[in-house]
Design a protein around this ligand. Sequence first.
Ligand SMILES: [Zn+2]
Length: 283
Amino acid sequence: MSKPKSHKAIEAMTYLYKKHLNPLYIIILMKFLKQYILALALFLGSYQSFAWGEKGHNLVAQVAFNYLDANTKKIVLEYLDGMTIQEAANWMDNIKSDKKYDYMRKLHYINADKGQNIVSNEEENIVATITKTITELKNYKALPKQEVKIKICILFHLIGDLHQPLHVGYGEDKGGNSFQINFYGKGTNLHAFYDSGIIEYKGLTLPECLNAKKFTKEELLEIEKIDVVTWANQSRSHLKSIYNINDRKLDDRYVDNNYSIIKEQILKAGIRLSSSLEKIFIE
Ligand SMILES: [Zn+2]
């Protein structure tokens, strides 16, 4: 008489358990997996500490091109010389591994203590660099083409970064980079979560950014004014809600509260990039 099927299954499972799932085997496997997961987390962590994340920068460029007049668009694309606007917007992050550009690392941000405003200064930081780049680009006809191209890339990227409030944040936690948080069991830092975590989680799209807020004509004129220090302090005003965190644990309510800030900041960044480019390349 043959054994019933269920009996056979139990026998097979016991065999598998004895052969492969003995405690020593599991301990070795766990050790190996732990190392692998740790390495992956470290890699992702360093990757995500880039500003806004690739998607956020793409959206800023796309919003800008949505607002830009046809003539300026044509000039900008000519200088980009085959580079896409998305590539231009991410260039400053993509060259971070090239030592030649190490001097650019401190240009992505500016810090100030809690309770203080950003003021303009001559140091190498995001505010001074945007202001300087706009002024220098106004003289674009006298500059070598390659230099104009790089300055356009700098403007695309840094106007985006400036509107990520943690790029104009507090020095004490390196703009949220050393502020560890937890999102439903996953650990990351606040800066990375704001750069790309929320954007990826919600699947942010271009139409969502474009419709984030309807501005009146007067409001739009005010937003378009080139005043980098004011842009920085407006961005900084969102830090209060960003740091409104209980016990370093973030949830959907936190994400939803901050999602509207992110959408509006990307919209404003795009509008301001567009108005800056129009003022630079006006014929
Ligand atoms: Zn950046």
